[in-house]
Design a protein around this ligand. Structure first.
Ligand code: C5P
Length: 311
């Protein structure tokens, strides 16, 4: 995208900033298979994008930098380990353009909450810088770069509901019905994804097989929240509960308050509850907030479409 700026009597072209809004993800099913030679685990997972979003704006450079705004801004690294910076640098390297962008992230997705906050920002940075630098990469090529950045980044480019295999980066869209109301309980302190996988290997050996996602896929085909509540499953939950035993009380509270299903989301520590309706979700969310059992509670819906370019 290009605008113009007056320089004396000349109008010179300057790229206009690009803003991308990108959703968080939850896992309706997370089946974890054996640990591979590269250290990653074979997954059979069902991702769903929800309406908790980060907003990333890419301004013209100089150089590559990132600024984070929002409640948790201090928890996000702003050096070259930041996933959005890494995404922009990878795109620049791949296309041969100058790596020159100032990325400003308005952060709503919990940090280290198992909801792909960093991966969402990386996906947004790929889309925003591709537009800012007019590199025009096809979606399939952006998805390949996304997979180099992290297992969840390809889904964050795509949105909706999808089956993820491989290490999570091989995606097949799920043709499901229905809109689901979720209550998301965000813990005070994050959990490291790598630490939860390591604990899981310790508990069940590194060559265990993944629980297949068939029951969740069948429930999504029917579009029945009660069937989905029965089917939702997370192989990582025992490991997350070992590392963070307080989550057991959070899960029990949500179910006591009327959620029809509840489990740890992804590698945790966020807990995810399915409600029978929007009204029920608001009721459960308010009661959980009053119980003060976790840091924040959000009522959200899914699926939502993937990232969108604003303006
Ligand atoms: O791919 P990503 O950087 O998000 O993964 C973070 C960590 O989670 C990896 O370093 C690895 O320890 C673990 N992981 C895994 N198997 C996967 C995905 C992630 O073991 N399929």
């Amino acid at each position: 995208m290009v605008g113009t700026r007056r320089l004396g009597s000349l109008f010179v072209p300057v790229p206009s900033p690009v803003t991308v809004v990108v959703p968080a993800k939850i896992n309706l099913h997370l089946g974890v298979g054996p640990r591979r030679a590269d250290g990653y685990h074979e997954l059979q997972t069902v991702f769903q994008a929800i309406n908790i979003v980060d907003e990333l704006t890419a301004y013209p450079g100089p150089g590559l930098s990132v600024f984070v705004r929002g409640g948790e801004q201090d928890a996000v690294p702003t050096d070259s380990s930041n996933l959005a910076i890494r995404a922009a640098a990878l795109l620049a390297e791949h296309t041969g353009v100058d790596a020159s962008a100032r990325l400003v992230i308005r952060k709503e997705i919990p940090v280290a909450g198992g909801m792909a906050g960093g991966s969402a920002d990386a996906a947004a940075a790929l889309i925003a810088c591709d537009a800012l630098w007019q590199t025009g990469l096809p979606r399939a090529r952006l998805a390949e770069l996304a997979a180099e950045l992290g297992s969840d980044v390809p889904f964050c480019l795509q949105g909706g509901t999808a089956l993820g295999t491989g290490r999570g980066e091989v995606l097949t869209p799920v043709l499901g019905r229905g809109l689901y109301w979720w209550v998301v309980a965000i813990a005070a302190e994050g959990l490291s994804t790598a630490a939860v996988y390591a604990e899981l290997d310790k508990q069940r050996g590194a060559d265990a097989s993944a629980t297949p996602p068939d029951a969740v896929l069948a429930a999504l085909r029917v579009g029945d929240p009660f069937q989905l509540a029965e089917a939702m499953h997370n192989d990582m939950q025992p490991a997350a509960l070992t590392l963070r035993p307080a989550l057991k009380a959070t899960l029990a509270a949500g179910l006591d308050l009327g959620a029809i299903g509840g489990m740890v989301s992804g590698s945790g520590p966020t807990c995810l509850f399915l409600a029978r309706s929007h009204a029920a979700a608001i009721r459960i969310g308010s009661a959980m907030t009053a119980e003060n059992i976790c840091r924040t509670v959000r009522v959200v819906k899914g699926p939502v479409p993937g990232p969108r370019v604003e303006g």
